[in-house]
Design a protein around this ligand. Sequence first.
Ligand code: E4P
Length: 216
Amino acid sequence: MKFFIDTANIEEIREAHALGILAGVTTNPSLVAKEKGVSFHDRLREITSLVKDSVSAEVIALDFEGMMKEAEELTAIAPNITIKVPMTPDGLKAVAALSKKGVKTNVTLIFSANQALLAARAGATYVSPFLGRLDDIGHNGLQLISDIADIFAIHDIQTEIIAASIRHPMHITEAALKGAHIATVPYKVILQLFNHPLTDKGIEAFLKDWSSRTEQ
Ligand code: E4P
């Protein structure tokens, strides 16, 4: 399973990129709205100049024509822009049209296996099932990842599954075990993945022993 970062914050992207783990970036309108004083397109220029892998940029229009117009503007920013569209009939029409043009797409707000199958058959490069938001309403987000992974494997579907709406480290381990190809992870959770008390204890002991050594 690969790591994307789920943010529009350039500092977080820079830090995660420096870790050498980053295979892409996802943004959404809520994440972009948190970034004050910079235009969406300028921020995408900054991100794509740093990250050469997939950078998902979401359309705001809900109608097919509007989505296609926005997609054209967004893909003109950089060749590695992936167009993120909501899971709607117009969204899938846009996915079908964009995939014919060779533009990568990410179908977002996936909450059922049938939605994922539809998106894949329309030609989506990625589908984004939202784990945390399902868990929030008492459903099983990880079961959804598992179901989609099984269906895609049975039917030899190449669309990649992005585990999205990640809330904590166990979501990452479980999503990897259930067959997600990618997890898109908030920076805060990426940092949590490093933590283990025995790692801290081990470093402390090594440093203590090192400082008490006597040179032969
Ligand atoms: C994915 O592409 C979305 O941007 C994101 O994972 C949504 O996460 P949230 O439920 O924490 O807003």
